[in-house]
Design a protein around this ligand. Structure first.
Ligand SMILES: Nc1ncnc2c1ncn2[C@@H]1O[C@H](COP(=O)(O)OP(=O)(O)OP(=O)(O)O)[C@@H](O)[C@H]1O
Length: 359
């Protein structure tokens, strides 16, 4: 799968901009703030229908403009695929494939597999469990439609159940039967998600460990541990046991929306006990394992976006990573960096064709 060309109108700091890409490696170089990351984010938009960096959709429209349009032309399985993502202020986002609007955004997820490695990934270590669930969801959803479907239904039911708990509290009323309807739905979808997360990690953890060993210089052991309320009991029982607490809190305190993925080094949390270098290697290993996993599942080489990669790693590590992906016949790579010379020196070592875009 190759992204042949990209054009953007009113996307973040760009008025109008078009690029025709190299089939292998593309580098965006320029000073801080010229919009290198924004271009990568536009490519991310074409795969996921949203920004990797800014969850508020309207903030991706150029200041003072009324809309943005991102247009990508891909070659996939000898077919040309035209993807358009557009947003007008105050309206719903539109995603089109070959002129046809998707009824549901989720139908598009996984069609153009993509992995991004960015300095913002450190949130996975620093922030709360939601970012790590989002990571798991992102990896699994790109190769499993049933997972995404169960996740969307679970999230919708959870919102409804929470609204009901608020309604009960506000109106000093309670109805077990109505709540039970939601409990059963949460149990049904939650069990699917729990089992799929477990199965995913069984495959993913060995890949991740191998990637970490390959890119780290040390011999330390790393691990990922899945934590879920559902490992202790089924969700219906958990919801029943938590009823008084949930009524007091006016939201649902147990379920797979509280799952976490613990990042360990030598059996201790990497957040507290990992060095800067170990944390960086950990994050890169996670993302490369994501690349491997999606590639195996979807039989497509995901597009790989390397944002500001030198911010995380020294030139030797960067070369190692690019060689690694190159050796394994990767698809297409997009890199952003402030220094053209540094990037070019690394790229030339992999003996691939490439294109530099100076911004
Ligand atoms: N909605 C928007 N409208 C206009 N400009 C925006 C919008 N959102 C972001 N920007 C601008 O985009 C620029 C940042 O772009 P980007 O993060 O892509 O830079 P970069 O080239 O990757 O920089 P760095 O090397 O520092 O990472 C900033 O100048 C910011 O003000």
């Amino acid at each position: 799968m190759i992204l042949k060309s990209l054009s953007m109108i009113n996307y973040k700091n760009f008025d109008e901009r078009s690029f025709v890409f190299n089939n292998k490696i593309n580098c965006f170089v320029g000073n801080n703030g010229v919009g290198k990351t924004n271009i990568l984010d536009a490519i991310y938009h074409l795969s996921f229908g949203k920004s990797y960096f800014n969850p508020v959709a309207s903030q991706n429209i150029k200041h003072e403009a009324a809309f943005f349009v991102i247009n990508g032309t891909y070659e996939k399985e000898q077919q040309t695929e035209k993807i358009v993502v557009s947003l007008k202020r105050g309206q719903k986002k539109i995603i089109k494939r070959n002129g046809k609007i998707y009824d549901r955004y989720s139908d598009h997820i996984g069609f153009l597999p993509l992995v991004i490695i960015s300095p913002a990934d450190s949130d996975l270590i620093i922030e709360g469990s939601a970012t790590r669930r989002k990571f798991m969801d992102g990896v699994i959803s790109q190769s499993d439609k049933h997972y995404l479907d169960a996740l969307l239904k679970y999230t919708k039911t959870l919102t409804q159940r929470n609204s009901l708990l608020k309604y009960f509290a506000l109106n000093r009323t309670f109805n077990q039967d109505t709540l039970e309807v939601y409990n059963l739905q949460l149990e049904q979808y939650g069990q699917i998600i729990y089992e799929k997360r477990q199965a995913f990690l069984e495959t993913f953890i060995p890949i991740f460990k191998a990637r970490y060993q390959a890119i780290s210089s040390g011999n330390e052991t790393v691990n990922l541990l899945y934590e879920s309320h559902l490992s202790t009991n089924n969700l219906n029982n958990l919801l029943t046991n938590a009823l008084q607490k949930d009524r007091a809190l006016q939201h649902t305190s147990v379920g797979i929306h509280k799952d976490d993925l613990v990042f360990n080094i030598e059996d201790h949390p990497i957040k507290k006990f990992g060095s800067q270098g170990q944390q960086k290697s950990f994050l890169i290993a996670l993302k490369l394992a994501q690349f491997d996993f999606i590639k195996t599942k979807s039989q497509v080489n995901p597009i790989l976006l390397l944002d500001d990669i030198f911010d995380k790693l020294d030139a030797q590590r960067v070369t190692q990573i690019i060689k690694l992906v190159n050796d394994e016949n990767f698809g297409q790579l997009f890199i952003s960096d402030t220094h053209a010379d540094r990037t070019e020196a690394v790229i030339q070592q992999v003996h691939q064709t490439y294109q530099m875009f100076k911004l």
